[in-house]
Design a protein around this ligand. Structure first.
Ligand code: SF4
Length: 110
């Protein structure tokens, strides 16, 4: 369970990423007219939150709070159809994250 302080920290990082995400969305949307682009692991916001496409690649030394079973697909912040392999995430606006991915902003679904 995340503490209030952890939640506020994640919210601040997400808010800081919004302008960059919006700008990237405009650029990437032009390149991918049929949908949102996938979030790159090298994206600065992704790096800051330790996002990986495959949960097996989580840096557990850097993110010791990671627990087995945590996935983007069971995070409260993901949206879109569950059957889609790549879905929108409110932490990374304008990008799609992998159902099998993870980042340190993970929050259990209610
Ligand atoms: S763990 Fe949650 S907040 Fe992090 S990228 Fe996946 S869906 Fe988004």
């Amino acid at each position: 369970m995340k503490t209030r302080r952890e939640f506020l920290k994640v919210a601040a990082i997400g808010a800081a990423a919004l302008p960059a995400g919006a700008a990237a969305m405009r650029t990437a949307s032009a390149a991918v007219p049929d949908g949102l682009p996938r979030l790159e692991e090298s994206d600065p916001a992704a790096v800051a939150l330790g996002y990986v496409h495959d949960v097996a690649d989580v840096d557990t030394a850097r993110f010791p709070r990671y627990e087995e079973g945590q996935l983007c697909s069971n995070c409260r912040l993901i949206s879109g159809p569950a059957e889609d392999d790549w879905r929108p995430c409110s932490i990374f606006p304008g990008k799609l994250v992998a159902n099998e991915g993870w980042c340190s902003a993970w929050v259990a679904k209610g």
